[in-house]
Design a protein around this ligand. Sequence first.
Ligand SMILES: [Zn+2]
Length: 147
Amino acid sequence: MTQELLPCPFCGHLDPEMTDDAESIKWWVRCLCCGARGPREEGEGNAIAAWNIRADLAQVAAQAEVERLRTLLVEERTENLWNAYNTGLTRDGVWTHMLMSDGEWLADECGFDCREANFPDDAIREAIPRAALRVLAVNPPKDQETA
Ligand SMILES: [Zn+2]
């Protein structure tokens, strides 16, 4: 085999199969899992190339979608943390939001002692995107596992 077949672009099945007609004139790749078929081509190499072009496009699209969702999550998390910080109240001279779970986490990111008050806004603003990214580090995208 000259070239390896990429996984099925529709169901992700890792082992698509080369097929030919009775006279071995036309070749195509098919997925035994979902029934997807590549274009009928003259020659095995052309069938592989045609299948892989489609599979490659699917992978690029999937990666772009993962990136888009990752960006959305970070933006949402950043906004939520910043809102939580800004709506915090002082109690006995301590920012109460810094004593709640997100606050403790954020204070840790900023290198602050969360029992103290008066955190510099700039330092917190700078730390929030890092804190938001850590959310994603806990759940790495699935594409790290396959391959
Ligand atoms: Zn399939």
